[in-house]
Design a protein around this ligand. Structure first.
Ligand code: UDP
Length: 195
């Protein structure tokens, strides 16, 4: 896929439609992809924290979320076609997956928020199979149990809403165990969907 380098990090220059097609192929092939919708805060975290940078360098797909990343790319001579915002990509993937009955797992936010977000997604995308939901306030000691539940449910899409500080490193750490085709941090998206 078309890509560029931004501070030693590979960022996709695909537009939204191309990104959705690319990830649809990942779902078909069942190959695990950590998808990061990069904003300037995450790029700064990568510059300051070697572990965060390594995690980003190992991510299977980074798309330019914030307009700041789009701007920086243009300044560095690699124009990206458009911003691919995490919130929009979340909805586009649900829309794409609906006729295929894709399985979706929601992990993150407060218990009532994730529950309401799940109910809203069921209303908006009836073809989607919501196979699991869990709040984002669990301890590291509970990781194994959380992972076991996700593995058992075998989702096509795993959305993790636990703030960029936690969600991306968490996915990076466990992506090989999780074996989900699309694993993506979505920040405050469940709160937005829950309203
Ligand atoms: N969140 C969570 N567990 C945490 C921290 C945050 O589930 O340990 C959730 C929080 O409830 C919200 C989302 O992550 O739904 C985004 O949180 P916040 O806005 O604090 O994160 P940011 O992306 O702004 O860093």
């Amino acid at each position: 896929y078309p890509k560029m380098k931004l501070f030693d990090i590979t960022v996709s220059t695909m537009n939204m439609q191309e990104t959705v097609e690319y990830l649809t192929e990942a779902v078909r092939a069942r190959t695990p992809h950590q998808v990061i919708t990069a904003n300037p805060i995450m790029m700064m975290a990568a510059l300051e924290d070697p572990a965060y940078k390594a995690m980003m360098q190992q991510a299977e797909l980074i798309v330019p979320d914030g307009t700041g990343v789009v701007w920086a790319a243009s300044r560095l001579g690699s124009p990206v076609k458009e911003r691919v915002a995490g919130y929009d990509l979340l909805h586009e993937l649900l829309r794409k997956g609906e006729p295929h009955g894709w399985k979706v797992y929601l992990l993150g936010a407060e218990p009532d928020v994730v529950h309401t977000a799940a109910a809203r997604i069921r209303e908006m995308y009836p073809g989607i199979q919501l196979v699991g939901e869990r709040d984002g306030y669990f301890k590291d000691e509970e990781d194994a149990e959380v992972i076991a539940d996700i593995r058992e449910k075998q989702p096509d899409l795993l959305f993790v809403a636990r703030s960029a500080k936690n969600q991306e490193p968490w996915i990076g750490k466990y992506k090989n165990e999780l074996q989900v085709p699309v694993m993506m941090g979505v920040g405050g998206s469940f709160d937005v969907i829950a309203g």
